[in-house]
Ligand binder design. Structure first.
Ligand SMILES: [Zn+2]
Ligand SMILES: [Zn+2]
Length: 214
């Protein structure tokens, strides 16, 4: 019997990145997705919800998503899973990237587990399948709960937009292909939390997202 997911969004860093707490309602066991920074606020939200964090998940290696992951792993003593190892170069260079963006304190991080297409990730009783969806970054992954009809998509697709592809390793055609060939076929009814901005459904994006028409 699959668990029932609950989620809470904590916008973090000057990029207003949607750090997401996802947890299993019955067990109150959860994960922190993309702790880019503002760790005190993330920890306050964890306490407020009364949940036990068992792991950190990363959708990709950009600083607004991964800049706080190394420190949060130490604070919570939990493992980090994701992204795909094609983002290793981004995770290795987080201190330099942080300095460039005026975000001191970002630390390089190596996940405890790299993820790849077809892998499975559990959070309490929740089960997520992994899609490798490169284009925004080479190692971007999507976490999809087929039971709960719910996905965490990072910066792959947004409500009304798609991820930028002008950063190192970005490729617009590859991104659009990944969205159209891998993500949208998961089903119109899938609700998703993107890395920035409001939530949406895959059906709404299939029909109205200007980057996904034709
Ligand atoms: Zn990004
Ligand atoms: Zn982002």
């Amino acid at each position: 019997m699959p668990g029932t997911p609950r989620a809470g969004i904590i916008p973090v860093t000057p990029f207003q990145q949607n750090c997401t707490l996802i947890w299993d309602e019955a067990s109150k066991v959860g994960a922190v997705v993309d702790p880019g920074g503002d760790l005190d606020r993330i920890e306050a939200a964890i306490r407020e919800q009364g949940i036990t964090i068992e792991k950190i998940l990363l959708t990709h290696g950009h600083i607004d998503h991964a800049g706080g992951a190394a420190e949060l792993r130490e604070r919570l003593a939990v493992p980090i899973e994701g992204p795909h190892q094609a983002d290793r170069f981004l995770l290795d260079s987080l201190p330099e990237t942080g300095a460039g963006y005026g975000l001191p304190g970002a630390r390089a991080v190596t996940p405890d587990r790299w993820l790849d297409e077809g892998d499975a990730v559990t959070v309490g009783e929740l089960a997520f399948d992994i899609l490798h969806a490169p284009g925004h970054s080479p190692g971007s992954v999507v976490f999809i709960s087929r039971d709960a009809r719910f996905a965490l998509v990072g910066d792959v697709v947004f409500k009304g937009s798609v991820g930028r592809t002008d950063l190192p390793g970005g490729n617009h055609d590859q991104l659009i292909r990944a969205i159209k060939e891998k993500v949208l076929p998961l089903g119109d009814d899938i609700a998703f939390i993107p890395g920035h901005g409001p939530t949406s459904t895959l059906g709404e994006e299939r029909l109205t997202n200007p980057f996904l028409q034709d």
